[in-house]
Design a protein around this ligand. Structure first.
Ligand code: HEC
Length: 128
């Protein structure tokens, strides 16, 4: 092996961890900042109230939804809910969906509303 090849191989080895971080898969910690950004872009429109007085189309999301089960939440995000929520499996890859789930699981459930909610005025889903 020439000295040059040796240096090249060493450099490749040093670069490996950087690749591994972007490769996804269960061993890599989900990126909360990415999750938050994707959530705000794609989910907030239905799952967050912009103002205290405004309604919300979907339920508020937090670590308590779906029993806090990350797999179930990833499934709902991927496939959506018929008639109610679009699925995101064609828009986001599994690493991105895991990041969104990880972000939602940092959210505390909302405090009970003191004011009448959209649900009380009939704007929200009627089955819950
Ligand atoms: C078009 C509006 C809309 C968008 C956009 C949307 N959702 Fe939803 N989502 C809903 C509605 C409505 C429900 C309630 C469905 C039902 O009736 O069970 C729901 C349900 C859920 C649930 C299950 C909650 C529970 O406890 O049953 C999760 C988790 C969820 N959404 C996550 C997301 C995430 C994450 C995103 C963004 C990637 C997203 N949603 C984008 C409307 C939306």
């Amino acid at each position: 092996m020439t000295r040059k090849t040796g240096v090249f191989l060493l450099a490749s080895l040093l670069a490996l961890p950087a690749f591994a971080q972007n490769a996804g898969g269960p061993a890599v910690k989900p990126d909360l900042a990415v999750g938050r950004q994707l959530y705000e872009q794609s989910c907030g429109v239905c799952h967050t109230k912009p103002l205290v007085t405004s309604g919300r189309f979907g339920p508020a999301l937090s670590k308590e939804n779906l029993g806090g089960q990350a797999d179930v939440m990833a499934e709902v995000i991927s496939n959506g809910v018929p008639q109610r929520m679009p699925g995101f499996k064609h828009q986001f890859n599994t690493t991105q969906i895991r990041a969104i789930v990880a972000y939602v699981q940092t959210l505390d459930p909302p405090l009970p509303d003191a004011k009448p909610t959209a649900r009380a005025t009939g704007e929200r889903r009627d089955d819950n």
